[in-house]
Structures are given as structure tokens and as C-alpha cells.
Design a protein around this ligand. Structure first.
Ligand SMILES: [Zn+2]
Length: 83
């Protein structure tokens, strides 16, 4: 039987984003908040670090490239066919 454990955010799994989502965020200078675990801010350079989050107010927003490098997000392998 598996016991449910409280997992600290720091070791939580990366958030999966689609390729389209990643490039949209990168192209429009959006940032990823590691506290909200969501793409939140706008006007964030891809290599930005510790920007203030527009949602939670914590300085935990990283540029989308930076978020990928530090393992906060992961590009989902699944292809997204929109049509
Ligand atoms: Zn936040």
C-alpha cells in the first residue's frame, strides 16, 4: 500500500507544458512562478530570475528558459494537434 506523503514544493515534479505553450510564453516574455507553479507574469526576459509574481506577490518568477533549465517546468512530449 502506498502511503500519501506531503511533498515539499522544492522536490515536486516539474510542471508539464506543451511545446506550443512554451514557445508562446517565450515569444511573449511570460514568466513562470515556482510558487504558483504556473505561467503568470508578462514582460519577463527568458533568463530572468526572482521577479515578483503578479499573482502571489512572492519573488519566485523566473523566465521561461530559466524555469526549464532549473527543472521547474518540462516540455511535454505529447504533440498537440490543433485543428
Ligand atoms: Zn506566484
Amino acid at each position: 500500500m502506498d502511503a500519501l506523503e506531503h511533498t515539499p514544493d522544492a522536490v515536486a515534479k516539474p510542471v508539464q507544458v506543451s511545446v506550443a505553450e512554451y514557445f508562446r510564453a517565450s515569444g511573449s516574455y511570460q514568466g513562470f512562478c515556482i510558487n504558483c507553479r504556473e505561467i503568470t507574469n508578462s514582460g519577463v526576459e527568458p533568463d530572468a530570475r526572482r521577479y515578483e509574481c503578479e499573482v502571489c506577490g512572492e519573488r519566485m518568477v523566473y523566465g521561461i528558459e530559466e524555469a526549464l533549465l532549473m527543472g521547474a517546468i518540462e516540455i511535454a512530449a505529447d504533440e498537440e494537434e490543433v485543428g
